[in-house]
Design a protein around this ligand. Structure first.
Ligand SMILES: N[C@@H](CCC(=O)N[C@@H](CS)C(=O)NCC(=O)O)C(=O)O
Length: 205
């Protein structure tokens, strides 16, 4: 049985949904951020940076959302394109979310990662929402094929976008500004696997 280490409404929700979609045999392990458990010595043995998600598999420990999603796609081939080019496009989208969209969001909440100076941190916090908006316009207008991220096929990119879309409201941004992303979100919350994962994390759609 696999174990997914998570905290609610974090990027760990993406592999959580993907595991539910796969019908995988897994259990959840809550990492109590309130108690700083992610920075404990024990947890850092799993994730040296002290972050979620971690997926413990029969073959070993995986970190980094795009890699965990690639693994889940491996055990649930229906959740990834079969053609080499389309598969690479899906990886490109996931890499974009991890390296650009997520990192932009983190500048709003975790500015201390990048600067010690309070004025510099404040400046990053202030700029992050408008950059997040630009990235969502890009996804809305140019990247999201529709109805799913990759087109007709629902893939592991969909729960990943879903999580980044949920974070809009954490920056006081309105998903309605991005009509195709909003439609994607509405489709996602029709899926039983998504609703199950949300419920298990104590979240509402
Ligand atoms: N690049 C990593 C990012 C992981 C990450 O930043 N996780 C956040 C939650 S979304 C976290 O655990 N933050 C806790 C902390 O920084 O203390 C990935 O894709 O898995």
């Amino acid at each position: 049985m696999m174990t997914l280490y998570y905290y609610p409404n974090t990027c760990a929700l993406a592999p959580h949904v993907a595991l539910e979609e796969a019908g995988a045999d897994y259990r959840l392990a809550l990492v109590a951020f309130e108690r700083g458990e992610q920075k404990s010595e024990a947890y850092r043995r799993l994730h040296p940076l002290g972050r979620v998600p971690v997926l413990v598999t029969g073959a070993g420990v995986l970190t980094e959302v795009p890699a965990i999603l690639a693994y889940i796609a491996g055990i649930n081939p229906a959740s990834a394109p079969s053609g080499a080019f389309e598969l690479a496009k899906m990886y490109a989208f996931n890499a974009f979310l991890a390296s650009t969209v997520h990192v932009t969001f983190a500048h709003a909440l975790r500015a201390e990662r990048w600067a010690d100076d309070e004025a510099a941190r404040e400046s990053m916090r202030a700029k992050a929402p408008s950059e997040y908006v630009k990235l969502f316009f890009l996804m809305d207008e140019k990247m999201l094929v529709g109805p799913w991220v990759m087109g007709q096929q629902y893939t592991v990119s969909d729960p990943y976008l879903f999580v980044m879309s949920r974070w809009l409201r954490r920056l006081n941004l309105k998903i309605e500004e991005f009509p195709r992303v909003a439609a994607h979100y509405a489709r996602m919350i029709q899926r039983p696997a998504v609703l199950r994962a949300l419920e298990l994390e104590g979240l509402t759609p």
